[in-house]
Design a protein around this ligand. Structure first.
Ligand code: COA
Length: 158
């Protein structure tokens, strides 16, 4: 599974949803649990595209609901890898509302850690990630910091 190195651009994901009545909470906004499902699906698909195998989500952090979404809104969700460890991959998932003029407003940002699983359902090594742009290299550096924070939190039982 881990034979090749792959570019960030090879595993990017973009999905589109329209906010419908069955997606709403009692306040008439997009229910956060529905958005989290869509985000999780994007994170997993980006990771699968990178490792070309099965994955599972082990953590979601820095999930920020920046603004609400409402019936009829067009929701665009974009996922891309920012970092790979030995068996884990970090995916940044940004969610936007797209206006009729094409302008996209960020409404949510989350970082998911996905782990590649082998046939025995245990973690397996993933391909290395090729960062090609300055932005991708900066994302990598910040992801390294987040990974350290996660380790501290896990060790502390948070
Ligand atoms: C994902 C899972 C297989 C990892 O098992 P594990 O015994 O912790 O395996 P490891 O300790 O070897 O960790 C594997 C990788 O996950 C990372 N990891 C483990 N716990 C983590 C956490 N809480 N946050 C972020 N990364 C974590 C490790 O750092 C390691 O990454 P690396 O190989 O890149 O260094 C296991 O925790 C699991 O099955 N969790 C449930 C996942 C699931 O069902 N998700 C769906 C939710 S319904």
């Amino acid at each position: 599974m881990a034979a090749e190195n792959r570019r960030v651009s090879e595993s990017t994901v973009e999905t589109v949803h329209i906010v419908r009545p069955n997606h709403l909470n009692s306040s008439g906004r997009l229910f956060g649990g529905i958005l989290m499902q869509w985000i999780d699906e994007v994170g997993a698909l980006a990771a699968k595209r990178h490792c070309r195998g099965n994955v599972t989500t082990v953590s979601v952090d820095n999930l920020h609901f920046i603004r609400g979404a409402y019936p009829g809104d067009d929701i665009i969700i974009k996922g891309k890898l920012t970092h790979v460890g030995n068996t884990s991959m970090e995916v940044k998932v940004d969610t936007y509302v797209e206006e009729t003029n094409g302008e996209q407003t960020l409404i949510n940002r989350a970082y998911l850690t996905e782990v590649a699983l082998g046939h025995d359902d245990r973690p397996v090594r993933v391909p290395r990630l090729i960062t090609e742009t300055e932005e991708e290299r900066q994302e990598w550096d910040k992801a390294v910091q987040r990974r350290e924070l996660r380790k501290i939190q896990k060790a502390g039982g948070f």
